[in-house]
Write a protein that binds this ligand. Structure first.
Ligand SMILES: *Cc1c(COP(=O)(O)O)cnc(C)c1O
Length: 372
């Protein structure tokens, strides 16, 4: 029987949550929610109390993204996964084209295999890299994933051609990665990653072209289920509401995170925090005898989700297990990727110093496990 490995206190991060989804939620945001809970939780989402939080989210996001001309914030229930279905019903006219390079981008592509659409065009790349999208004849929507959370690859948000219509799954990028909004018509996400909230909602920044598209398809004779109808979502969002009951705590925690970003310097500040964390992580891995960043091309390495491979000298699953037993949780790799890897979130809510301390804790655990 071996002794359990005890990580010394000075090698333990202040907060042990490093999961890539959901993110660590900040203590201050939870306390702010507790402070207003009796006047907010359990109240009607059709009344001023909850609607003012929806308005705060809309206004805050528009501000965070530089108040792009004519863009509107639309939101609904069901997370990014439900948005993929809403996209198949309400945004793709005939055929979409998808950059597929991991679990989330492939699920998005699968949702576009709807009977009322033509088979999607799939442009794929090996996990650990990303493909490049070119304009295709007959494609009316290009689907990108800004940050492939399953592999830790970031893909630039760029239109394949000037007139292309672009929809971006930004679930793990929004709020932590800089963006030229003019390159996207729909920039959608769920709030449990960089926005350090809970799950259950989708939020989409929509360009004037996207609003026009939503309205045009909704006016056609296509059958669209109401809960996935983007026109209904748009009409409700304009009234600071959602079609059906939203997750109220999720909305509030997200509003707190947006305001935290804005108070400190906006998206630039949030992105810099994530960069500081991930740069430290990649530098540590790059210099390590037994570790290496999984993503080979430095520009493709995600600033918000770091994936680190280990050689046969180290059993990454055993390391993650010891970390977990010491209160440092969710460093396991994406389950289906099947690599000898640790995946460490560098979302803005996570203290850069905690990521640096974590690397020292991992070194300690490796030494203890290998007896070196
Ligand atoms: C987490 C994640 C999703 C899934 O979000 P849900 O809210 O669970 O549906 C989709 N895409 C990306 C890129 C993600 O990181």
């Amino acid at each position: 029987m071996t002794q359990p490995i005890e990580i010394p206190a000075d090698l333990k991060p202040g907060d042990g949550r490093f999961g890539s989804g959901p993110s660590k939620v900040r203590h201050d945001a939870v306390r702010a929610l507790a402070d207003i809970a009796d006047d907010y939780l359990g109240t009607s989402h059709r009344q001023a109390g909850v609607r003012s939080v929806v308005a705060r989210v809309k206004e805050g996001l528009t501000d965070l993204y530089g108040r792009p001309d004519g863009y509107e914030v639309v939101l609904g229930v069901g997370g990014a996964t439900a948005f993929w279905d809403a996209m198949a019903f309400g945004l793709i006219e005939r055929r979409s084209c998808h950059a597929v390079f991991g679990e989330f981008s492939s699920k998005c592509a699968a949702a576009a295999e709807a009977p009322h659409l033509h088979a999607p065009v799939i442009v794929s790349a090996e996990p650990g890299s990303h493909p490049v999208l070119h304009a295709h004849d007959g494609v009316d929507l290009y689907a990108l994933t800004h940050n492939e959370t399953s592999t830790g690859v970031m893909m630039p948000v760029r239109r394949p051609a000037p007139q292309s219509f672009v929809a971006v799954d930004a679930t793990s990028a929004a709020g932590g990665v800089r963006l030229d909004v003019s390159e996207a018509d729909i920039y959608y996400f769920a709030p449990q990653k960089c926005f350090a909230s809970d799950g259950g909602l989708w939020i989409a920044l929509c360009s004037p072209a996207a609003i026009e598209r939503i309205e045009r398809i909704a006016a056609s004779d296509r059958w669209i289920p109401a809960s996935l109808d983007l026109k209904i979502a748009l009409d409700n969002a304009r009234k600071d509401q959602t079609y059906n009951t939203p997750a109220l705590a999720t909305l509030f925690l997200m509003a707190e995170q947006i305001d935290w970003f804005r108070t400190n310097g906006g998206l630039e500040w949030a992105a810099s925090r994530s960069e500081e964390s991930s740069a430290a992580l990649y530098a540590w891995a790059g210099a390590h005898e037994h570790a290496t960043p999984f993503v080979k091309v430095p520009e493709q390495r995600s600033p918000v989700v770091g994936t680190i491979d280990f050689d046969e000298h180290v059993d990454a699953a055993a390391v993650a297990k010891v970390l977990r037993a010491n209160g440092i949780v969710d460093t396991e790799p994406y389950r289906k990727l099947g690599r000898n890897q640790l995946r460490i979130a560098c979302y803005p809510a996570i203290e850069p110093d905690d990521v640096k301390t974590l690397t020292r804790a991992i070194d300690y655990v490796i030494d203890a496990l290998t007896g070196s």
